[in-house]
Design a protein around this ligand. Structure first.
Ligand code: SAH
Length: 390
């Protein structure tokens, strides 16, 4: 078998069971592997470290799939997918809509599978996974009993692997937009055109976590997308909800969701840039008991952390300013590069500038169907802080 030998001293990450082997760690590639092939990763003394697929085009040149000298064949992937299913069963994360496979969190680097009732949405974001797409789809059909599958490989991440952008059916066609349930509420999902794969499934548990703060409250859901938090807040007894997003398409669906769940009267919508809208609401003297802030990733890479910090601080500062005394701020960041301690520091910074006292009631993360694999920091990306601002 072809192998990749690491430079002396570069085996530390693999020894700590982190699956990414960077181009800069590699001394030699032996055996002339075809891109996407399985290779062994060995240290400078040729001792086995792990086994995974190679893509010389990618700066993550090898993604290790196993730390044992086992064969990586169809059976291997089938067992890994079954393990992902079993994990979700064990931790009570099987919902009508949930993430079936979370890439490195399931030791299936670059594979993402989301399930929306009887539809599966698949992303193969690295070459080694992409060339095995049909085999993986067949295994998923068997394991989940699902026949409707859609590929959302229109992710920019694929460019880093030299892969094209594509989306479409894997197998027979079916309607790609339909109603689903989340926490017993109805949401319209469009797996072909929605952001991500349709819904922000990673927020499912956080949507529920706002329950204690909603009864009789006036709520602002900033960056609402199709109303994930807004609809939940209304269901948990909010007196009035204002939902805000810059995407007209997202708001159109949010409106539909509000009507469908019977909250049409209590939820109103603002289309616009959240930074401007928050400033305007403040100037108009509007006050809220609960403000939810769930922006898109402001820090797509390490280099962008400083600019992202300023963006997060600005939006959280504005949010704190329109909070009524003893109001609750539920604030999120899905940028991996914004580490939890930096996120907390940013909130402290924002509170100081707002001249308010802020107490961290709860620090939450992504739903448990997006497992955080210890030792692989990148799998821990979502922060959701519940802060009481007096
Ligand atoms: N809270 C949502 C997910 C939010 S995703 C849920 O739980 O389902 C982030 C949203 O921010 C997207 O809908 C995107 O359209 C919106 N967005 C991005 N930039 C924005 C901006 N500057 N102002 C307002 N909304 C913005």
């Amino acid at each position: 078998m072809a192998y990749v030998a690491l430079k002396r001293g570069r085996e530390r990450r693999a020894r700590a069971r982190h699956p990414w082997v960077y181009a800069g760690d590699i001394d030699v590639v032996a055996g002339d592997p075809t891109p996407g092939d399985i290779v062994d990763v060995v240290d400078y003394r040729k001792r086995f470290l792990g086994r995974g697929f190679i893509n010389p085009v990618s700066s993550i040149t090898v993604r290790i799939l196993t730390w044992d000298e086992q064969e990586i064949d169809e059976g291997f992937f089938y067992r890994r997918l079954a393990a992902a299913r079993d994990y979700r069963r064990a931790v009570g994360a099987e919902a009508p809509c949930y993430r079936v496979v979370f890439s490195d969190g399931d030791m299936l680097s670059s594979l993402i599978v989301d399930r929306y009732e009887d539809v599966c949405v698949v992303q193969t974001l690295a070459l080694g996974m992409d060339v095995r797409k049909d085999m993986i789809a067949a295994a998923l059909r068997d394991l989940l009993g699902i026949t409707k599958m859609y590929e959302r490989n229109d992710s920019r991440a694929r460019e880093l692997e030299g892969l094209d952008q594509r989306s479409g059916f894997l197998g027979d066609e079916f309607p790609t937009a339909f109603w689903v349930q989340e926490n017993g509420l109805a949401f319209w999902v469009d797996v072909a055109r929605g952001q991500k794969t349709g819904l922000f499934l990673d927020q499912r548990e956080n949507h529920r976590a706002v329950a204690p703060w909603c009864d009789g409250a006036r709520v602002l859901d900033a960056f609402c997308y199709t109303g994930g938090f807004a609809i939940h807040a209304a269901a948990f007894g909010a007196r009035e909800v204002v939902a805000l997003d810059s995407s007209a398409t997202a708001l159109e669906i949010a409106r539909l969701n509000a009507e469908k769940n019977g909250f049409g009267e209590r939820i109103s919508f603002i289309e616009g840039n959240a930074f401007d809208a928050l400033r305007r609401l403040e100037a108009e003297g509007e006050r809220f008991d609960l403000v939810i802030v769930d922006p898109p990733a402001f820090a797509p890479g390490k280099h962008a952390v400083e600019a992202a910090y300023r963006g997060y601080k600005e939006v959280n500062l504005r949010a704190m300013r329109i909070l009524a005394p003893a109001g609750i701020l539920v604030t999120c960041s899905c940028s991996y590069h914004m580490r939890p301690e930096v996120f907390i520091a940013m909130l402290a910074d924002a509170a100081a500038d707002a001249g308010r006292e802020a107490r961290l009631v709860e620090l939450r993360t992504q739903a448990r169907d997006h497992p955080i694999l210890l030792g692989v920091e990148e799998t821990h990306y979502l922060k959701c802080a519940i802060v009481r601002v007096s």
